[in-house]
Design a protein around this ligand. Structure first.
Ligand SMILES: CC(C)(COP(=O)(O)OP(=O)(O)OC[C@H]1O[C@@H](n2cnc3c(N)ncnc32)[C@H](O)[C@@H]1OP(=O)(O)O)[C@@H](O)C(=O)NCCC(=O)NCCS
Length: 144
């Protein structure tokens, strides 16, 4: 619970720069159990959420590393833990909608047509200001 406001601050810092989508503090609380954080001395340096979307399918979303902590392997650590946890939960696939295609390719994600994702995935899009003009790339990882 004590990390929620820091997670909110981190995501919206990048949202202001157009690199992620905004999330309300309410939505962070609602999905707090989906989050992993990387902390040092009580400070949140990075976060990622992996909500379950559908049978066998989870999403990687809200991945962010604090600007002064980038390029130190924190994003990699968060992704590796997220993928491991998803596999342990029984998920077979993870998808993401991202502006950072190259980063996700490092973890085995491949680009797919947005339309190939189950319709349930689009629930969040109803509330997105870019719903009619989505410029994110859809990617999928098949978990070993
Ligand atoms: C993308 C992000 C999470 C990466 O976190 P990070 O802690 O800096 O990444 P790491 O230091 O763990 O880097 C891991 C690898 O990815 C590479 N990498 C880092 N950022 C990258 C990027 N934006 N694009 C492509 N590769 C990237 C690193 O060079 C490194 O490669 P290597 O292992 O082959 O040397 C971070 O830049 C960020 O928070 N960006 C802003 C928010 C954002 O765009 N989030 C993505 C969700 S759409």
């Amino acid at each position: 619970m004590s990390d929620a406001e820091a997670i909110h601050g981190l995501i919206n810092y990048y949202a202001e720069k157009g690199r992620m989508l905004h999330r309300s503090l309410e939505s962070i609380f609602e999905s707090l159990r989906d989050f992993l954080v990387c902390c040092r001395d009580g400070k949140v340096l990075g976060c990622v959420a992996v909500p379950v979307s559908w049978k066998d399918l989870g999403e990687v979303r809200s991945l962010a590393v604090a600007p002064d902590s980038m390029d130190r392997g924190i994003g990699r650590q968060l992704m590796q833990q997220a993928i491991e946890d998803a596999g342990a939960l029984g998920l077979k696939n993870l998808f993401t909608l991202t502006y950072e295609q190259e980063f996700f390719e490092k973890f085995g994600f491949r680009v797919v047509a947005k339309e190939s994702l189950p319709s349930k995935v689009w629930r969040d899009c109803l509330y997105c200001p870019r719903a009619d003009n989505c410029d994110e790339t859809a990617m999928i990882l098949e978990i070993d």
